[in-house]
Design a protein around this ligand. Structure first.
Ligand code: DGJ
Length: 725
């Protein structure tokens, strides 16, 4: 059993194949956090409870005789507010007396095989209970009677854990939850660097590394989405950790709304990392007999560097997060009309794209924004999900028939959470969007955000979608979301519940997505938010792929894809070849192959030479699909570290094949170029498919390939495919 309880020492030990996590129930039922890191066999760790002597100004606690103990200094598991721990608290609940002093202590626990799901929220799932074990610790505030249930699930084989928290109100009074983090982890040292993913529209998930400083630091969102600007991912790594060596602790929150990753280094040199709903924009009234569940946080530890941490996330998400028909089967290679036409198209244009695409070997045509209401630009019609038959030159069914007759599948675009100011829906229901009384509503892309905290609004939108999707053969749906939330209030909630709207909104979004996946289990859903503005694990629970960025420039994409790969697998990253300015089609294809692959251009504009290249790329897509989608990613040269080149490779899990790609961002003056490969079997021999040369895996990883004479110009790239012999 990966979770053990030593009842004499009152110690919990949670082991994966690579890590240990140790908790002790200390005197007065304090939950002390003793250790998280590389796997250890024993638990002689209690001395860490007293990690710093002479802690003046840190309270010694009532009824604990040992003067060395202070809740302000002891590494704790899930600490409350205002009771002697001055670090960032994990939970604060305002009780009926009007104060928010909160002090959760151990009450009882359960250990079992399997993993509970979280009502109404996405979380990792198991195919079989034997895949993970769970520890549930019930804690309680003895004064208010409010309880916090701490969930720890251990994925033994994958070196990963999840944590989440549920607040329960068994009392007869209503209380206000002011904050509830999903997890809090105390480390007794602070020699860490913090890795986070910052960005903006068109430039998402840039890797940023900074040394921790004393005091508070962290990243967050209050945009009503996980956002382009910060991703709900963070890692603590030793200051000397690299891609291949050293300790790396990765954290990722399964949540698509306002999150916070807060880190504090205290005066005694300890580090606390908390992850959860951003308390700045949150509040929840918890009535008698009710409970509130915080989202799930995923924790991955690796002793072998950042690359190994990423690969663990990738395996975990491919197996335990992504769901449905498209989880393991090959997804259709698509062409999308957006970059070529915008909203300026008709049915014949779409069919002409499909006809040419078919000739090139493309398998699905996606009709993007502009097919509904009277939408010909971004000023109108969101919410009016009726087919514009005049624009399409017939019914949607006719159009799909024409596309299917060419041998292509058909996909469609929706933006279900939005309402245009100029729409029939807005004229009929002006109170259906998020707003607060007496305040002008901020507009973004000429649209408002529907109040998805309301059941009537959600039902209406779902039913309108159902009317179209249930009578038409739609194989794929792109779910877009093109602005952030402002003036966040709901017309139907009372004043003292308005702070709940952000969270209720995202629960509403999850609900509609869940209904959609259940009503149309065969339909492939691709998530999108102006590119990758909601690239997070919660969205991956509903859609196995996400449009990574609206920026399809292959050089910019290198940064975006390297950053995204910190925790998200290649199979989830929407990546297309477009007609953008930089590099030729070969490099565009080599970069897009890293993700789900597809095209975003007018295929009728191809020259015969381009078309030949596309046919070759389509063949490569099929040839390399398994190694990219089911293999392991090794980042070889990061564009964040090197101004000239980027390189990466995928290796099949059984090490039988590998695909290496390198792109020149700027032609290096220094032509010497040796590339050491990674992840191969040192004992196996591999044939370079292009040259026929045979090398041992050991040679390729230790001496590397000498590529000095490769043709390297700005924007050039190459691939090398190795097959074990
Ligand atoms: C933003 C998306 O990222 C684009 O791909 C496209 O679907 C547009 N929205 C359509 O409005």
């Amino acid at each position: 059993m990966p979770i053990l309880f030593d009842s004499e020492k009152r110690i919990f030990k949670l082991d994966t194949s690579t890590s240990s996590y140790v908790i002790q129930i200390f005197e007065q039922e304090y939950l002390a956090h003793l250790y998280y890191g590389a796997k250890i066999p024993d638990t002689n760790l209690s001395a860490f409870i007293f990690r710093s002597p002479f802690a003046s100004f840190s309270p010694n606690n009532i009824n604990i005789d040992d003067w060395r103990f202070s809740p302000d200094v002891c590494p704790l598991e899930y600490q409350g507010e205002g009771c002697g721990d001055f670090r960032i608290s994990a939970v604060a609940i305002k009780n009926a007396d009007g104060n928010n002093v909160t002090d959760m202590r151990y009450k009882s626990h359960k250990i079992y095989s399997g993993k509970p799901s979280i009502q109404g929220m996405p979380s990792l799932y198991l195919e079989d209970d034997s895949e993970a074990s769970t520890l549930e610790i019930l804690t309680e505030d003895s004064v208010t009677g409010i309880q916090a249930v701490l969930y720890y699930t251990v994925f033994e084989k994958l070196g990963a854990m999840t944590r989440s928290t549920k607040i329960v109100n068994p009392t007869d009074k209503t209380v206000d939850i002011e904050k509830v983090y999903s997890c809090s982890v105390d480390f007794v040292t602070h020699d860490y660097d913090l890795l986070t993913l910052y960005g903006k529209w068109g430039k998402e998930r840039n890797l940023e590394r900074r040394a921790l400083a004393h005091g508070r630091q962290g990243v967050s969102s209050k945009r009503g989405s996980s956002s382009h600007f910060q991703n709900p991912f963070a890692a603590l790594v030793d200051s000397d950790t690299t891609e291949d060596f050293g300790n790396a602790y990765g954290f990722n929150l399964i949540y698509s709304s306002n999150f916070a990753v807060d880190v504090e280094v205290d005066g005694y040199g300890g580090t606390r990392l908390l992850m959860g709903i951003n308390p700045e924009t949150f509040g929840w009234k918890l009535e008698s007999g009710c409970s509130f569940s915080a989202p799930e946080a995923v924790m991955v530890y690796s002793a072998n560097g950042i690359g190994d941490m990423s690969r663990t996330f990738h395996k975990l998400y491919a197996k335990h997060l992504v769901r449905g028909k498209w989880k393991n089967i090959k997804r259709p290679l698509l062409i999308n009309n957006w970059e070529a036409t915008g909203m300026d198209f008709d049915g014949d244009t779409i069919v002409s794209f499909a006809a040419k695409a078919k000739e090139l070997g493309i398998e699905m045509l996606v009709m993007d924004d502009g097919w509904f209401g009277y939408r010909n630009d971004d000023r109108s019609s969101l919410g009016d999900w009726q087919v514009n038959e005049e624009k399409l030159g017939g019914t949607l069914a006719n159009l799909i028939e024409r596309i299917n007759a060419l041998g292509l599948k058909f996909g469609i675009w929706y933006e279900p959470e939005m309402i245009s100011r100029d729409s029939n829906l807005y004229r009929a229901h002006p109170d259906w969007c998020l707003h607060v009384p007496n305040r002008e509503k901020s507009i973004g892309r000429h649209q408002y955000v529907l109040d998805y905290s309301r059941q009537d609004v959600r039902d209406y939108i779902f039913n309108e979608m159902y009317k179209v999707l249930s009578v038409n053969k739609v194989d794929y749906l792109k779910w877009d979301f093109n602005r952030n939330l402002t003036e966040v209030g709901s017309a139907i909630l009372p004043a003292d519940r308005q702070k709940e709207v952000f969270h209720r909104y995202v629960l509403g979004t999850y609900e509609v997505m869940d209904r959609l996946t259940k009503a149309f289990p065969d339909m492939l859903i691709e998530n999108c938010s102006g590119g990758g503005g909601r690239f997070d694990p919660a969205m991956l629970y509903y859609s196995p792929q996400i449009w990574t960025s609206d920026n399809t420039d292959p050089i910019e994409r290198l940064m975006i894809q390297f950053g995204t790969s910190m925790c998200y697998p290649a199979s989830t990253m929407g990546a297309h070849v477009s007609a953008c300015r930089r590099t030729g089609y070969e490099t565009k294809g080599n970069v897009a192959l890293w993700g789900t692959f597809g095209y975003e251009l007018n295929p009728n504009k191809y020259t015969e030479e381009d078309a030949e290249l596309v046919r070759a790329q389509v063949a490569e897509y099929h040839k390399y699909y398994d190694v990219i989608h089911f293999g392991e990613l090794y980042r070889l040269i990061s564009p964040f570290d090197n101004a000239y080149r980027a390189a990466w490779m995928f290796v099949a899990e059984d090490k039988s094949e590998a695909l290496v790609t390198s792109v020149v961002m700027r032609e290096p003056y220094d032509k010497a170029f040796c590339l050491k490969l990674k992840g191969l079997d040192p004992e196996k021999y591999y044939r370079d498919e292009e040259t026929g040369e045979i090398y041992s895996g050991a040679l390729l990883m230790n001496a590397g390939l000498c590529l000095t004479w490769t043709d390297e110009h700005d924007g050039k790239s190459f691939k090398k495919y190795f097959k074990a012999i």
